[in-house]
Design a protein around this ligand. Structure first.
Ligand code: ADP
Ligand code: MG
Length: 308
């Protein structure tokens, strides 16, 4: 199967999609943005053995590759529209491609995003790069830089599950529920859109709650205090690990793709669909301070970093 047949069979699936004048098949996609909207572009690369364990199901790899991008779109308060896929593979294994393609289009359907192009190459390792374009009303994108002293800090859902899953995986143990959080992250797209005009700053938790919150603080030129006992963790994670390890996964573990955001006093996010938890307060004094039951505790919560 050559490259062109591969694209035709697995990726050039005709389906209705809005704003696509020319999709897969020409040198470039021609897209029609909605008048009055600004484009938000994000891209993420997943490398076999680095971003997912070697041997991960192809459908899960594809779903995750789309979802991690949509999480960035969510953190910007944008509506996802179009995506491209750059795929490097050691071989054109049909059953792998069938599963990959179905995971990809499952995510595309879940989030209403259209595949409009890509690139297919042979390489020694599986490398999947997805880029997504979204739209947000002009001037209204959620940024990292708007947090103000006095704002409350929130996080959606629970954090730490994905890190717990990977920890178990490293010792050949499996917890299917935790692993699902890693393999099939649910991007908070609708919730992010609802935060537009309400949150003062937002980020998605990809590298770890502590270090991702620090990015908001740095960008905003402020500090914060968080209460460790308030950080939301799942009952599954609690059941599997001792308290201190749960806390470490929750603060330092990445890959949960929840949203962390700040809200000025008086503003109220709509919480009807998604759980959100207040975990602390923004303050003038720079730096991030952890408190446990009212006492300041030392914590160096560096998150995941590719280059140290
Ligand atoms: P070019 O040589 O002009 O870069 P290609 O021959 O690589 O174009 O690709 C042909 C068409 O197929 C283009 O429209 C491209 O966007 C699309 N395409 C290539 N690989 C993929 C893929 N993995 N998924 C979706 N579309 C793809
Ligand atoms: Mg070309």
């Amino acid at each position: 199967m050559d490259e062109f047949e591969l694209i035709r069979r697995f990726f050039d699936l005709s389906y209705e999609s809005w704003g696509v004048k020319v999709g897969i098949g020409d040198d470039g996609a021609v897209l029609t943005p909605t008048p009055g909207m600004e484009l938000v572009n994000v891209v993420d690369t997943l490398v076999d053995g680095v971003h997912f364990p070697i041997g991960t199901d192809a459908g899960d790899i594809a779903y995750r590759a789309v979802a991690v991008n949509l999480s960035d779109i969510a953190a910007m308060g944008a509506i996802p529209r179009w995506m491209t896929l750059a795929l490097s593979l050691p071989s054109s294994d049909e059953s792998w491609l069938t599963s990959f393609s179905s995971g990809l289009f499952e995510a595309a359907a879940d989030y209403d995003v259209a595949l409009v192009g890509g690139d297919t190459t042979r390489a020694d390792q599986i490398v999947v790069t997805v880029a997504v374009s979204g739209e947000v009303q002009a001037g209204r994108a959620l940024l990292r830089s708007g947090a103000q002293p006095g704002d409350k800090i929130f996080v959606t859902g629970t954090v730490g599950d994905a890190a717990g899953a990977l920890h178990l995986n490293a010792s050949n143990q499996v917890d299917a529920e935790l692993m699902r959080r890693f393999l099939r992250p649910q991007a908070r797209v609708q919730f992010g859109r609802n935060l537009v005009g309400i949150a003062s700053a937002a980020i998605d938790v990809s590298d770890g709650l502590w270090s991702d919150l620090e990015k908001i603080l740095d960008a905003s030129g402020v500090g914060a205090q968080i209460n460790l006992e308030d950080i939301p963790v799942s009952t599954t994670l609690r059941a599997r690990f001792p308290e201190s390890q749960v806390r470490d996964f929750a603060l330092r573990g990445g890959d949960d793709y929840e949203l962390c955001f700040t809200v000025p006093p008086g503003a109220e996010p709509d919480t009807s669909d998604v759980r959100m938890t207040a975990i602390g307060t923004v303050q003038d004094t720079p730096g991030l301070i952890a408190k446990l039951n009212g006492d300041v505790v030392p914590y160096s919560g560096s998150g995941y970093c590719h280059f140290t």
